[in-house]
Design a protein around this ligand. Structure first.
Ligand code: GUN
Length: 293
């Protein structure tokens, strides 16, 4: 039986409509949530993410402060900008787009962001709080994945989840969130990575598969149990001469074949992608509420 396609655009639109109402109410109290986005350099994928973030802020009424810096910006200048944004009362969230150019020290940058404005949830204080189950800003892509599951009535509690990929942005945090002792967690989680002996054997057991490797066709139909739920986090460019731009976007999952075995599956694009920005807006609004308590 062919899977139901999870419509990330619709879930994101529903959540953004909820946020728009919340932002309008805050405005009546004189509160305007503000998000500062910092982009260093000219990476085309990062530029398009940042433009999409700014547009999304505008759409729901969040003040967006756009900071585009040259690729050769020094660590000192970047830290000075972060310090200024930390002190700016109009700013509730600071997002430094990753990856940074190689000469910049990413850990120092993340440590420099005020944890109360760390709407990406990447500061070690927020990572630590999330791990021990305390309230913290949750990283946007993992949090978006959990919302997609919950809003499609997928039972996380007790599920066998296999996560493919161990990045700090997706694999590690989503595994941690799903294993928390909480109604949104309580799953049994396995994380597979480049040194896993037999990834396919793990994936075959999974009720929920989360693919975040950055490689097309990491998950093929023979690896998927009948009725599994498949979440594809990958965004990969593959050459396609039939497209004007010369490429098309695919995920980490062999979508056409896997959708014949799964019960639910996210498409690329239009699955996890729209949720990441939505959860960033969510964290920024939460931060504004907290700052004005
Ligand atoms: N690069 C890719 N994903 C993200 C993200 O969620 N946040 C930031 N800051 N950079 C990213």
């Amino acid at each position: 039986m062919a899977a139901k396609i999870i419509d990330g655009k619709q879930v994101a639109a529903d959540m953004r409509a909820e946020l728009k109402v919340k932002v309008a109410k805050l405005k009546e109290e004189g509160i305007v949530p503000g998000l500062a986005v910092v982009l260093v350099g000219e990476d085309p994928a990062s530029k398009s993410y940042v433009t999409a973030k700014e547009r999304a802020c505008e759409e729901i009424g969040i003040f967006s402060d756009d900071n585009r810096l040259d690729a050769d910006t020094s660590q000192e200048d970047l830290m000075a900008l972060i310090d200024k944004l930390n002190k700016d009362p109009k700013i509730n969230g600071i997002l430094v787009q990753l990856p940074l150019p190689k000469h910049l020290d990413e850990s120092q940058v993340l440590l420099g962001i005020d944890p109360d404005k760390d709407v990406d949830g990447f500061h070690p204080i927020n990572v630590g709080k999330m791990c021990v189950g305390e309230e913290a800003f949750l990283p946007c892509t993992p949090h978006g994945i959990i919302q997609l599951l919950l809003r499609n009535d997928v039972k996380i509690e007790g599920a066998e989840v296999v996560v493919l990929g161990r990045s700090n942005i997706v694999g590690k945090p989503v595994a941690m969130m799903l294993m928390q002792k909480s109604p949104k967690g309580n799953a049994t989680v396995t994380v597979c990575h480049t040194r896993t002996k037999d990834t396919a054997e793990h994936v075959k057991r999974a009720d929920i598969i989360i693919a975040a490797t950055g490689w097309p066709n990491t998950v093929t139909a023979d690896m998927v149990k009948d009725g599994a739920v498949v979440i594809d986090v990958g965004v990969n460019r593959v050459e396609d001469a039939t497209k004007k731009r010369g490429y098309r976007l695919v995920g980490d999952v062999d979508f056409e074949a896997v959708k014949e075995k799964a019960s639910l599956i996210t498409p690329v694009p239009g699955g996890v992608g729209p949720m990441t920005i939505t959860m960033l807006l969510f964290n920024t609004v939460e931060s504004a509420v907290k700052a004005n308590k």
